[in-house]
Design a protein around this ligand. Structure first.
Ligand code: DX5
Ligand code: ZN
Length: 222
């Protein structure tokens, strides 16, 4: 199976967003990953609803919105109106996660759950069947350009088992530190979607990098 590639706008040139979105439109990217940070859930502030709306105006691919914010349920409708197709909320930020996923689906979006590196796969036992996507954070959220935490490989394999056992439709997305060296191993462990920020945007030819990630091979079916 070919992986889905979701380049992260966080590493784009914010003064040339239209140019960079144009590049993503021409590329083999499947989704456009949009990271929202509030300075509370994570120690950084990135972009919000108006920038999402601006990206959406130019994007020809689904916007995969990753909310790294407290009380995400307050902003679901705003991000839907700003063009989100997929919305992921953090399990660590949601007191009523089931209700929040239902709200996302009711808005017509695909509903994702993001989990921090220290959050065990078992935290998803009772909810994974209700998710369309699980975003496995492979770095501590808050910043682009970090190194992938090696425990991710085993964690993804355990998550894949849980998804199969619970008959969940969820895709597994890996977010943070993805590059050409680790892509094939992540896919072999069970990943379906690769987010890549700095690896794509720091390259001299970002389109070629996206194409190379797209052809990373899943060497073992889990
Ligand atoms: C990190 C964000 C990621 C980030 C990935 O908090 O959720 O989506 O953009 O960037 P890289 O690929 O540079 O690690
Ligand atoms: Zn992200």
């Amino acid at each position: 199976m070919t992986p889905l590639i979701a380049p992260s706008v966080l590493s784009a040139d914010f003064a040339n967003l239209q140019r960079d979105i144009g590049m993503l439109n021409r590329s083999q990217a499947d989704w456009i990953h949009f990271d929202v940070m509030d300075g509370q859930f994570v120690p950084n502030i990135s972009m919000g609803v108006p920038v999402c709306e601006a990206v959406h105006r130019h994007a020809q691919k689904p916007l995969d919105v990753h909310l790294m914010i407290v009380e995400p349920e307050k902003y679901l409708e705003a991000f839907r109106k700003a063009g989100a197709s997929i919305i992921s909320v953090h399990v660590e930020a949601c007191i009523h996660l089931h209700r929040t996923l239902e709200q996302i689906k009711k808005l017509g979006c695909r509903a994702g759950i993001a989990i921090n590196p220290h959050t065990p796969v078992s935290a998803l036992e009772e909810i994974v069947a209700d998710a369309d996507l699980v975003n496995v954070m492979s770095v501590n959220p808050g910043f682009g350009g970090q190194k992938l935490i090696p425990n991710t490989f085993d964690k993804v394999a355990r998550l894949k088992e849980l998804i199969l056992r619970r008959r969940s439709p969820a895709l597994i997305e890996i977010d943070g530190g993805v590059n050409q060296e680790n892509a094939a191993a992540l896919l072999a462990a069970g990943a379906d979607v690769l987010v890549a920020g700095s690896f794509v945007f720091s390259a001299p030819d970002p389109e070629a990098v996206i194409a190379s990630l797209k052809t990373a091979v899943r060497t073992r079916e889990v």
